[in-house]
Every structure is written in structure tokens, then in C-alpha cells.
Design a protein around this ligand. Structure first.
Ligand SMILES: NC(=O)N[C@@H](CC(=O)O)C(=O)O
Length: 437
């Protein structure tokens, strides 16, 4: 197995040092490890580069099985590695839905074969995402995929009794229910955030209260049954207040925010460009401010991409007909650097916490989100914080082109990613390989 010597890198933005990666772990850390390198060692000049624990995404749509025209496990996980990720959670809204041990094992196995990142399948809460009866949660937890996160994402578990049962059930195997908080009756036909812009454009609004009402109910349910709740893609200032209140009461709730909700607003919908159509919708600038502040103070635990690839026929059309969703794996870290690091809201340790440590803890992912110390698994990301690059959808690794950042200059770039000591990305480019299964 090859080894790597990372010269002069800055762990969590600290003082420059060398890191030796060998046999899948961080073998040594010190000021000058050059004499420890042998012929098999690849030397990486890391001057000016920050090293982070490999990023972990709680919310990725890999689309396989069923929509391989939008993404496959192979293409989506290659995009993840390019974005600095070493583990992703694959959402359950595939076709067939990931609601049985068989489907989650299939996704898990495809992830192993691709070998870009560790794939943790998310199991559906209800059969077929239909919201009528619980899926085989225990069988998915006991499967080879060892599912710990359960979600009907794309749909809300709006039936309070089913939600209660799911929360109770997952306690047996230390699972968590990740809720897509959207009151369905309040969002029938919704096309964008309900506010001044939707009024001007005459598009049906998705009111903030549709998200907030479900979160309020769910934190009370989680408190009542003493279970773990995770809130997907929090998008409003009011949702932040409810999560903050629940945490202050000791409710075991965690929350995520997407990169796009940290930087884009509903003003973009004036373009009628479907690349800006997403669920939950882009909100107001005051919501964006509240989300950044909540991520900074830890009320929001994690950044999660909600990478939602769609083929061009579902996006290159008029607003009303377009699918909801944006890609995000390859731009997530840059958005966080621009909105959180360069603004002074988070330091590099904070980025590591919100993009690796806490997502690993929420998903119960072992071997990721660890300290950068000798003996730890070498799941690492090397970042050039000074780099600038422009997003070209045709040059991304994802099979879909629905990035909202096309043509935009991004801040900071992933230079290398290491999965258990093996480079999946070097000089910003994925390294082809195949994992033995
Ligand atoms: N986030 C999105 O806008 N889309 C998601 C599912 C969903 O949450 O609607 C998708 O699977 O495309």
C-alpha cells in the first residue's frame, strides 16, 4: 500500500507541519518527516494548505437505483470525493425506495465497489415514502449497511402518530429520524418562498410556518418519547429559534443547513431560472443571516449538501414544470469558506466540527470526524483557502448540471482527499481506482 508525505500542511489552520500517511492511518506528525519517506512514499507539497478531517455529508441524493440518468453511486461519490468528502449518507428517495434491507445493502455495496467515499445508506421511515406505515427499520439497521439514519426526505412524515412510532422504534438501535419538515397542506402547489417576491411574481408561496410548525411538533414528540431527532435543511429564522429553544430544554435534537441556504435568497427567483428552484425554497436575506449565526453558535450542528442532481430535461424548462433541487457536493466547502470563514463566523476547527465531527456523530459513522492525531484513520481533506475558481457545470464530476453556482467565482479549493490513507483526489483531480470487494 502506498504512503503519502504531506509537507508543511496546517492541521485545522494551525502551524505548518508534516503528516505521514501509511497503512491507512496517520503514522506520524512532526516538523520534518522527510527522512521517514521511502521509495513508495508520494510527497505532496502542502505549503499554505489547510488539512481537515474528511468531510461527512448527512444528506446526498445519489439517485441509484432508478434515476441513473441523473446520477449513479459512482458519479455521485466521485463528485463527493472531489468536494473533499470521505463519507456520505445516501438518501432513500430512489426507485425502488430504500425501505428494505435489500435496497440499502445494494446501495452500500455499490458504494464499496466505487471506492470513492464510505456510503452510508439512509433508510426510509415509511414504506414507499407513502407516509402510511413504518418501513422495516430494524431489518435495515441489522443489515450489512448498518443504517442509523432514517428519513422520508422529499416527503414529510406528517402523521404525528407515525412520527412518534418511528422515534420510539429507532431508539432500539441508536438510530435517528431525519425529518423533512414540510406541512403538506400549507404547501400545496408551492413554487417558492412565501414573501414579497412571491407576491410580486404571483407564484404560490411556501410559507416559513409550514417548516416551523412541523419542527415545533417534532421537538415536542422527541422530548415526549426521549428520542433522537434530526431536522433536515433548516431554512428559516423561526426554525432556528425553535431548535434553539428545544436544545435549551435538553431535547436531543440536531439540525443541518445547506450551503445554498447560507448564501442564496428568493430574489434569484425573479430570473425564473429553475436552477434556483429547490425544496425548501431559497428564503429571505434575514433568514440567511439567522442561519449563518445559528451555524456559528452551534444551534445548527452541521452543513449538509442536499445534493439533488436532476437531468437537463427536468431543469431546462419553465419554472412551474421544473424539478426541485440543486447539486452541491463540489461547491459546499467553498460556500462555507466564503460565508463562514472569511466573515469570521467560524475558524477552521469550526469548519471541521460542522462538516465532519458533528455529522459523523449524528450518523454514528465510525472512523470519520476524528482528531488529526497519530494512529487515527487517514480520512483527510487538503484545502487551498486562497484559491479562486469558477464553476463550470460541464467540468464537474456529478452527472447532472443543475448547480446554482454556474459561472460564479468560488473561494477555496479542495486539493486532495484521502480515504483511509489512499488518495481519491490529488491536485484537484479524482484518481481512478477500484476497491476490492
Ligand atoms: N431538495 C430538493 O429540492 N429535492 C430533493 C427532494 C426534496 O427535498 O424535495 C430531491 O430529491 O430532488
Amino acid at each position: 500500500m502506498s504512503s503519502y508525505l504531506l509537507r508543511g500542511v496546517r492541521p485545522l489552520g494551525g502551524d505548518p507541519t508534516d503528516l505521514l500517511l501509511r497503512d491507512g492511518v496517520i503514522a506520524a506528525i512532526g516538523p520534518d518527516l522527510g527522512s521517514d519517506a521511502d521509495d513508495e512514499t508520494t510527497v505532496v507539497d502542502g505549503a499554505g494548505l489547510v488539512v481537515l478531517p474528511g468531510l461527512v455529508d448527512l444528506h446526498t441524493h445519489l439517485r441509484e437505483p432508478g434515476r441513473e440518468d441523473a446520477e449513479t453511486v459512482e458519479s455521485g461519490t466521485r463528485a463527493a470525493a472531489a468536494g473533499g468528502f470521505t463519507a456520505v449518507h445516501a438518501m432513500a428517495n430512489t426507485d425502488p425506495v430504500a425501505d428494505t434491507a435489500g435496497v440499502v445493502e445494494q446501495v452500500w455495496r455499490l458504494g464499496r465497489e466505487a471506492g470513492w467515499v464510505d456510503v452510508r445508506p439512509v433508510g426510509a421511515v415509511t414504506v414507499g415514502l407513502a407516509g402510511e406505515r413504518l418501513a422495516e427499520l430494524g431489518a435495515m439497521a441489522d443489515s450489512a449497511a448498518q443504517v442509523r439514519v432514517f428519513s422520508d426526505d422529499g416527503h414529510c412524515v406528517d402523521d404525528a402518530v407515525l412520527m412518534r412510532r418511528a422515534l420510539e422504534y429507532v431508539k432500539a438501535f441508536d438510530g435517528v429520524v431525519a425529518q423533512h419538515a414540510q406541512e403538506p397542506r400549507l404547501t400545496v402547489g408551492a413554487q417558492m418562498h412565501e414573501g414579497d417576491v412571491s407576491g410580486v411574481l404571483g407564484l404560490t408561496g411556501w410559507p416559513a410556518v409550514a417548516e416551523e410548525a412541523i419542527i415545533a411538533r417534532d421537538v415536542l414528540l422527541a422530548e415526549h418519547v426521549g428520542s433522537r431527532l434530526h431536522v433536515c435543511h433548516v431554512s428559516t429564522a423561526g426554525s432556528v429559534e425553535i431548535v434553539r429553544w428545544a436544545k435549551s430544554r435538553g431535547v436531543d435534537v440536531t439540525a443541518e443547513v445547506t450551503p445554498h441556504h447560507l448564501v442564496l435568497t428568493d430574489e434569484l427567483v425573479r430570473t425564473y431560472d429553475p436552477r434556483f428552484k429547490v425544496n425548501p425554497p431559497l428564503r429571505s436575506s434575514s433568514d440567511v443571516e439567522a442561519l449563518r449565526a445559528a451555524l456559528a453558535d452551534g444551534t445548527i450542528d452541521a452543513v449538509a449538501t442536499d445534493h439533488a442532481p436532476h437531468p437537463s430535461e427536468d431543469k431546462d424548462c419553465e419554472w412551474l414544470a421544473a424539478a426541485m433541487g440543486m447539486t452541491g457536493l463540489e461547491t459546499a466547502l467553498s460556500v462555507v469558506i466564503e460565508t463562514m470563514v472569511e466573515t469570521g463566523l467560524l475558524d477552521w476547527a469550526g469548519v471541521a466540527d460542522r462538516m465532519s465531527v458533528r455529522p459523523s456523530a449524528i450518523g454514528r459513522v465510525s472512523g470519520h470526524g476524528r482528531a488529526i492525531e497519530v494512529g487515527e484513520p487517514a480520512n483527510l481533506t487538503l484545502v487551498d483557502p486562497q484559491a479562486r475558481w469558477t464553476v463550470d457545470p460541464a467540468r464537474q464530476q456529478t452527472a447532472s448540471r443543475n448547480t446554482p453556482f454556474a459561472g460564479r467565482e468560488m473561494h477555496g479549493r479542495v486539493v486532495a482527499t484521502f480515504l483511509r490513507g489512499r488518495a481519491t483526489v490529488l491536485e484537484g483531480q479524482p484518481i481512478e481506482h477500484r476497491e476490492l470487494v
